[in-house]
Design a protein around this ligand. Sequence first.
Ligand code: FEO
Ligand code: CA
Ligand code: CA
Length: 731
Amino acid sequence: MTNMAYNENQELDNNTSKNTHFRDILEQRITRRGLIRKTASGTVALALASSLVGCGSDNNDSSSNNTTNPSTPPDNTPDPIQKPKTLNFTPVAKNKNDIVTVPEGYQAIVLYALGDSINPAFSGWDDNNIPSGPSFQFRSGDCHDGMSFFGLNSTTKRYDSSISDQGLLVMNHEYINPTFLHPKGATQPNGQRPEDEVIREMNAHGVSIIHIQKDPKTQMVSLVKDSLFNRRITASTIIDFAGPASGSSLLSTLYSPSGKQTRGTHNNCGNGYTPWGTYLTTEENFAGYFARAQNDNSKRTSAEITALNRYGIKEGANSRYGWETAVGSVELQDNYDRWSANASATTEKEDYRNVPNNFGWIVEIDPFDSRQNPVKRTALGRFAHEDCRASRLREDDNLAFYMGDDSRGEYIYKFVSDQKWNKRDINGGYAAGDKYMNHGKLYVAKFNNDGSGQWIELTYGKNGLNENNTVYPFRSQADVVTFARLAADSVGATKMDRPEWVAVNPENGEVYVTLTNNSNRGSKHNLDAANPRNYNNSEGAKGNVNGHIIRFREAGDTTTAESFKWDIYLFGAEAAMASNINLSGLNDHNDLSSPDGMWFDPRGVLWIQTDDGAYTNVTNCMMLAALPGQVGDGAKAITSAGQETVVGAKVTDQNLRRFLTGPKECEITGVTMTPDYKAIFINVQHPGEDSNSYDKPTSHWPASQTNPTSTARPRSATVVITRKDGGVIAG
Ligand code: FEO
Ligand code: CA
Ligand code: CA
């Protein structure tokens, strides 16, 4: 693309603290009965139907909205399948092949790739005839990321955690690879992005909800293409705000002067799910989507400038994709103009100066209910959200959510609900979200060098979070959550090596966080025990080159604790590195670099995925399975940089081994399973991302998975992995 001087450091490095017409496809509240009356047949009906609630009822009073009297909770989880005592699949060797490689006896099948249709009215993907931008409202988005499976009870049409053969697979589409998304890559004639390209790009962002079924005999998984559940959330879908910042002038825009709604979610990276059966998507590198004019600071208050700089939306910033340059019809023009975050009118209610504050939130989506708008849960704070993991479910403990802010030197947070978990809220939908996610306490983590840690509360009026704060003049909890990074700065939180995904051990409630890497560690960011490495690899990378996984256990095993004990479960490294770098004792069967995606399955098997650029001269990115111990099972150690730290027990072949490698130039991210553990789903993101031109792909995956001589374009895709004998994965 020409004239796109966007630089990822704008977003990564800001902690200096100390067809179907757009209007039609956004019409989400149409009733099914009304639709059938209006459209006798055909394409339009099918297209619109995908935006309807999936239940077969024509009644507007969907039970999905009824949380005060939910149907009997489906507390019918099957007999638990035990965690394996050791890992016994054959470890996959490091390799650079252009396929997904899985252990002997397993098979990997591509399920859902960029551009695939989720509606019978729309044809499949064709490299030589790229589908229109608007049609992507009914197609897979790009850059698949976080993902969760929700069992579907075919009688009630609601969530049922015991069901494996029917389900809704919900996943993020983090960003786009414009080189392959458009017929000839992205274009910008006369400085303007073509409207069809911009619509395609906006629609290729967001979230997919797809109905899948699994044959209970063969374990083969397929998309139910004509299901009413299939739908897309995009960068233009109407979304409501809830929590302390909803209705604040900080969220006011020309589109929603009241500050109660916005359009879209984007850069959805890691994810989460709630115990009541909804999906949580995260807004990570949202900042780079906005442009700001050169002279905009002169029209801003000093507090506004402080906040914009801290979130990486500096004066004169270029946007990543140039959506603000598109010229469209009168009714659509506003959808492009909103990507310029400038004070161009008299007040914030008349322009888009505050639109960056509409992003950087946790978004709740009820996959089973398309009638209500998704909800941005502002109580959980605004930052480059990577993941949002619910605490272990215990009815005597407050529900909590653990979260990372993925930029260099950013923080780890938790939100503790005022409410204790009650299983009667299963299938409670957005009303349950209102109950658990609008009221509670936000905390940020401080890691001490002795293996202890504190949670510091981010509440207006406490810990110096008031008008007189020298970092930012906080005047309300809306200020605190909207500028959570500034609140965390002012209370002395610990700068971490890019917190990515979070996983909660179902056996003991311990919380694991991937810290993917940090080139600034040991230079701009001082070493400490929780971020203790600074070294070079043979290619000249520096800092914490290969990343690590920290874990902590709350005091008293309760989510409301304000202190914890921590150690470092795992250090990424090349097997051949010195033992004071390869501190976990990795060998060729389990060495890894840049851990990112991570999830404990309900048995207690930990799945670890990589998004790496440091070891890719040797191997493509990967996923490993692990059977970790617990905080404190190791010893103190000194790193090659001379920093003392607390390391978990060294790993072995039996408790950490490589399960999968991906195709060329991809990231492996997103992992979920059916409750019977017989199918595991992963996403392959941006294969062939180093390609310079649409006609010279460096990867041909997913076509290359079954055709080694394919010349097809690379596409991000979901892969389902099953055992050829139909058995339990890693069983
Ligand atoms: Fe989108 Fe932090 O990975
Ligand atoms: Ca990630
Ligand atoms: Ca990453």
